[in-house]
Design a protein around this ligand. Structure first.
Ligand SMILES: *Cc1c(COP(=O)(O)O)cnc(C)c1O
Length: 374
């Protein structure tokens, strides 16, 4: 047995022992904290029938043919899935009319965003994104020893001039979530084109379209409108939200073949598992059924907005499957009031309460509870 002299356990800031030479970058992270689970909230408050509206999940199970495809694929999980997800890429290619060399799949779009960091972000690089936005951008920036540059929103929307101004020669990636999480606001592809024109073409511009299916088509399609004009765009999409497959981790990216080839080098082998692949293929085959549900959720979103509006509560107009209630300094107090009656939302302290659109009954509950608490 070999011994190295010196201390083998260190104390982290929190006072707990650290084993192994943990990378210094991690000391700045507390780890991803998902919202409380319904079971935990029910135990804490002695209630039942709580609802989770904190993660922008689809309230409905996947449509029947997709559930069947997942069930049928179960017998094959002793084998690894197809690492390149060839069939899935073919299905996406036909569905979206995108050449297959422009496509790749990932372990959710979060997995693809991590691959973007692994592919394009070196230690010390600057990573630019509007803020508030998707909370994974700062987490990965920290993990990859990048310098994050947060560009403040203006009236809950992106300030794309300020984003362009924030890009320097040290910038490697810009992240734009449209519709944005947690505000639900979107930008048009004309606006994005004007931004990209002002950015050097060795800066990758990621257009994170996790909520694409919920947004007004008038905002445009980056693949159709931007991919041929700009070599440096990378679009990420997901089956998690509109298609109700969050738990299976299934996303895809669209970019120039050269970008896709580099991105593919960083994928964890077989990370898009074969159940996810079967589900994606079936989801594409039965896309119309999923879109019926998307339309229902959009109608519910409008209903919630007018119900609140008629009681004098203005929310940020949303292009996604959630709304942001601008609750400012009262955000934590209101989140806790809702939690006590079994409604789990996502508070952003000092900023607002993000609430996922659920089933009609769930929406009645949170709207009434919020009106009562305000
Ligand atoms: C939910 C979300 C994602 C992640 O989706 P997965 O495909 O489930 O990883 C990506 N971007 C934004 C902005 C999101 O809100």
């Amino acid at each position: 047995m070999m011994y190295r002299s010196g201390v083998t356990t260190q104390r982290c800031k929190s006072g707990t022992d650290m084993i192994g030479r943990v990378r210094p970058a991690l000391s700045a992270l507390s780890g991803y904290r998902p919202g409380k689970a319904t079971g935990q909230v029910e135990a804490e408050h002695g209630i039942t029938n709580s609802i989770k509206l904190a993660s922008n999940e689809n309230p409905w199970s996947p449509v029947a043919p997709v559930a069947d495809a997942i069930r049928d694929a179960v017998g094959g999980v002793n084998r690894y899935g197809d690492n390149n997800a060839t069939e899935v890429c073919h299905a996406i290619s036909q569905w979206q009319n995108i050449p297959i060399e422009n496509l790749t799949v990932g372990c959710g779009s979060s997995g693809l965003l991590q691959q973007v960091f692994m592919t394009f972000v070196s230690p010390g690089d600057e990573v630019v994104f509007p803020w508030n936005s998707f909370e994974i951008y700062p987490v990965f920036s920290t993990l990859f020893d990048a310098t994050e540059v947060r560009v403040p929103l203006r009236d809950y929307a992106f300030d794309l001039d300020a984003v362009a101004d924030a890009v320097t020669e040290r910038t490697s990636v810009v992240f734009l979530a449209t519709p944005n999480n947690p505000t639900g606001t979107a930008v048009s592809m004309n606006e994005v084109a004007d931004l990209i024109k002002r950015i050097p073409d060795d800066v990758i511009v990621v257009i994170d379209e996790a909520y694409r299916e919920f947004s007004d088509p008038a905002f445009g399609d980056p693949v159709v409108e931007l991919l041929a004009r700009f070599p440096n765009i990378l679009v990420t999409r997901t089956f998690s939200k509109a298609f109700g497959l969050a738990g299976l981790r299934s996303g895809y990216a669209v970019a120039r073949p050269e970008v896709i080839a580099e991105l593919n080098k960083t994928r964890l082998p077989f990370s898009v598992n074969n159940l996810a692949q079967a589900a994606m293929i079936a989801a594409i085959e039965h896309v119309d059924e999923a879109m019926v549900r998307v339309d229902e959720l959009l109608a519910e979103r409008d209903r919630c907005q007018s119900a609140l509006g008629s009681r004098g509560i203005d929310i940020v107009e949303s292009q996604a499957n959630f709304v942001l209630v601008p609750t400012g300094e009262r955000t934590m107090e209101l989140a806790s009031a809702l939690e006590q009656v079994g409604i789990i939302t996502r508070p952003f302290p000092g900023f607002g309460l993000r609430i996922t659109i659920g089933t009609p009954e769930q929406n009645d509950r949170w709207v009434d509870a919020l009106v009562g608490a305000l």
